[in-house]
Each structure stands twice: as structure tokens, then as C-alpha cells.
Write a protein that binds this ligand. Structure first.
Ligand code: SF4
Length: 115
């Protein structure tokens, strides 16, 4: 399934751009929008090259992700949103502590962390 220009922009905005190679937290040399293949230390690229690398990285996903994959994820997201809406309406909120807590924007109000 071919990624739309909107999807391409969205991925870029989430991934963030780095024009100089750097070691990611996992210790892998990375550049551009999270590109890791054959990246060497002290490499510099421009934004056009970063776009090209991202397009190159996305090809394998475009080949493997189907329309039905997208639809099933959409259903999961819709179900999750419905569960969140229901929890907000009823006040019944049963959070489970996990590794996601490190990135969660609700940690300051979450019952797991606020006692
Ligand atoms: S902080 Fe609370 S709401 Fe957020 S991921 Fe952790 S348990 Fe869930």
C-alpha cells in the first residue's frame, strides 16, 4: 500500500529530523528521520537527502502493509478511544503500570502514581 503525502509528512513530524549522524539510545548510528542502514559517524546530509532516505526506508513497509492491516488498526484505535471515553464518563479508570508510563502524559494524574 502506497503511503500518502500526508502520511509521509506525519511520519516526518513524529520521527524528527537530525542532519548529523548520532548514536541513538540503543547505540545505533542514525541520521535523517531515523535512518540506520550503513550510517557512519561524522556524516552530514541535507533535508533532501533525509527525505530520500526515509522514502527508501518506507518502501519495505509499503510492500508489506495492506489495506486490511490499516483497517484492523483503525478498529483497534476506535475501540481503545471508546474505552477511554467510557472510563471518562463513568469515572472507572483502572490503569496498569507498564513501561509506557515513562512516556505517558497522564502520569501526574494517574492513580498508579498519585497516591
Ligand atoms: S501513567 Fe497511568 S495512565 Fe499512563 S501509562 Fe502508566 S498506568 Fe497508564
Amino acid at each position: 500500500m502506497k503511503l500518502s503525502p500526508t502520511g509521509f509528512k506525519l511520519i516526518k513530524s513524529y520521527e524528527g529530523l537530525r542532519l548529523n549522524s548520532y548514536l541513538c539510545p540503543a547505540g545505533v548510528w542514525t541520521i535523517g528521520y531515523g535512518h540506520t542502514v550503513d550510517v557512519q559517524p561524522n556524516t552530514k546530509i541535507d533535508e533532501k537527502q533525509a527525505d530520500a532516505l526515509l522514502k527508501q526506508d518506507l518502501v519495505k513497509f509499503e510492500k508489506t502493509v495492506s489495506e486490511s492491516d490499516i483497517k484492523s488498526v483503525s478498529v483497534d484505535i476506535r475501540n481503545t478511544k471508546n474505552m477511554i471515553d467510557k472510563a471518562c464518563e463513568t469515572g472507572v479508570f483502572q490503569p496498569n503500570q507498564s513501561i509506557l508510563c515513562n512516556w505517558c502524559g497522564y502520569k501526574t494524574i494517574c492513580p498508579v502514581w498519585v497516591k
